[in-house]
Design a protein around this ligand. Structure first.
Ligand SMILES: *[C@@H]1O[C@H](CO)[C@@H](O)[C@H](O)[C@H]1NC(C)=O
Ligand SMILES: *[C@@H]1O[C@H](CO)[C@@H](O)[C@H](O)[C@H]1NC(C)=O
Ligand SMILES: *[C@@H]1O[C@H](CO)[C@@H](O)[C@H](O)[C@H]1NC(C)=O
Length: 423
């Protein structure tokens, strides 16, 4: 059976590519695909809709052929930081209230367990350095006390954004992310015992997790405006056209950049190039530096982050049912491919040089700062160190940022830098 289903979808998708842009229109219970002036069409019947919900290995999912078609390079923006709305630096609180008080600026949609705290630290560093550069070019004297407005929310503040803004995020392999979320949130922080059933129940809640967070918008349902995706992601009535539409219009056309957690260094260098930044703007110490402690922000005590593991039952679930209608896989593949295209657009060789410079600078910053910086959590069961507040932007975000930026100013005068530059 599975073979036949795959064939239907692969040939269906191939026909669409072959015929170029086709009319896709919903008709009754299925969708009809028709090329103008052609007899060739394939109707998706109710039976086909059911087939789409059957487990299929990822490489034969109906959307596979669309990955290359949807992927696109992210554009390099004008040199002028149009997205920067300067303001005096605000004291951070533990809620996101202060940072969400305005709906403009630099937005990171912070998806949990995608290296998002590290990305948040970079976001704030960019906001500080950019505002300082802008201020130094004007008569504003306190350039060190300015930052661009930014948002680093786990939530959905981005749905209410207004111009000017720059919107970015980081996505991660969906199965890895969901597993990590379970271990972090339920086992490490809440102390739930690890069981296959408990884990599968949690993973079920994480189908389309990333897709939903990025594609959410205000949707007027007649009575009120709700924040949701345009089409219900797990409904059998959702057609391939709906999914393609959401990826294209609600995600790719909205985001200025989407990074990849597994390729964070490349992603940050690409972000630097897109925004015309200096390299030091995108360098910070990783938030979960040892990968072993959280930030103590959950219940006031520090938790050990347990190493993720699965069971045969969980693996079975992840390879089959978890993939059904889970367009996080589609989104992830499109984003991964888009990063490649972005690198190609810069030119592979110039990009490689930038990446090399990034690594050299980051390594220098780590050598200078790692042993000196206080992270909020170093002891399980203890409250986070109050002194860490001074070294981090907030929680475990951007810890050691002052040391890092200072080290990178020195780096430019070291023999290592000069050697590197001559290469
Ligand atoms: C954030 O604002 C909301 C609504 O004004 C309020 O209910 C909440 O307590 C605030 N949170 C913090 C941490 O200040
Ligand atoms: C609007 O609200 C009314 C009354 O609560 C309800 O009957 C109707 O279905 C709602 N309309 C939509 C589009 O949700
Ligand atoms: C992401 O892209 C990289 C570089 O092209 C590739 O090596 C890797 O296999 C891709 N990852 C996935 C999950 O497709």
């Amino acid at each position: 059976m599975a073979g036949r289903h795959s064939t239907i979808y692969v040939s269906l998708a191939a026909a669409m590519i072959f015929l170029g842009v086709l009319h896709l229109s919903r008709q009754g219970k299925g969708i009809t695909m028709m090329a103008p002036g052609s007899e060739r069409y394939k109707e998706i019947t109710a039976e086909d809709q059911t087939i789409m919900q059957e487990p299929e290995p990822l490489d034969t999912a109906w959307w596979t052929p669309f990955v290359n078609q949807m992927a696109r390079p992210f554009s390099i923006l004008p040199k002028d930081p149009f997205w920067c709305v300067p303001r005096p630096i605000l004291e951070m609180t533990n809620g996101d209230n202060i940072t969400t008080a305005s709906n403009k600026g630099l937005y990171l949609v912070k998806i949990p367990k995608t290296a998002s705290s590290t990305a948040a630290g970079v976001t704030i560093q960019i906001a500080r350095n950019t505002a300082a550069r802008m201020a130094s070019q004007t008569t504003i004297s306190d350039s060190l006390n300015m930052e661009c407005m930014y948002h680093i929310d786990h939530g959905m503040a981005h749905v209410d954004r207004q111009d000017p803004f720059f919107l970015w995020t980081v996505v991660r392999h969906p199965a890895q992310r969901a597993v990590s979320h379970y271990f972090f949130g339920e086992v490490s922080r809440r102390g739930a015992p690890f069981t296959s059933d408990g884990m599968i129940a949690s993973l079920k809640r994480h189908v389309n997790f990333q897709f939903r967070q990025l594609a959410r918008k205000r949707v007027d349902d007649g009575n009120a405006t709700l924040v949701q995706t345009r089409y219900h992601l797990e409904s059998p009535r959702t057609t391939p056209k709906n999914v393609l539409d959401m990826i294209q219009t609600d995600i790719l056309e909205n985001f200025h950049f989407i990074g990849i957690s597994e390729r964070l260094d490349e992603s940050l260098v690409a972000l630097k190039m897109i925004l015309n930044l200096n390299m030091e703007d995108v360098i910070g110490l990783s938030s979960k530096i040892s990968g072993k402690m959280d930030d103590g922000g959950f219940d006031g005590t520090c938790h050990n982050i347990q190493t993720s593991r699965t069971t045969a039952e969980v693996d079975q679930y992840l390879s089959q049912e978890f993939r059904i209608d889970n367009y996080d896989f589609f989104l992830y593949d499109v984003a991964n491919r888009s990063l490649d295209l972005t690198i190609d657009a810069f030119g592979r060789e110039p990009f490689r040089k930038e990446l090399e410079k990034y690594h050299a600078m980051k390594q220098y910053a780590e050598e200078q700062c790692l042993s000196k910086v206080l992270f909020p959590c170093t002891e399980v069961g203890q409250p986070p160190w109050p002194e860490a507040k001074h070294s981090c932007f907030k929680g475990d975000i951007g810890c050691g940022h002052e040391c890092v930026q200072q080290a990178l100013r020195e780096f430019a005068t070291t023999p290592r830098y000069l050697t590197n530059r001559r290469k």
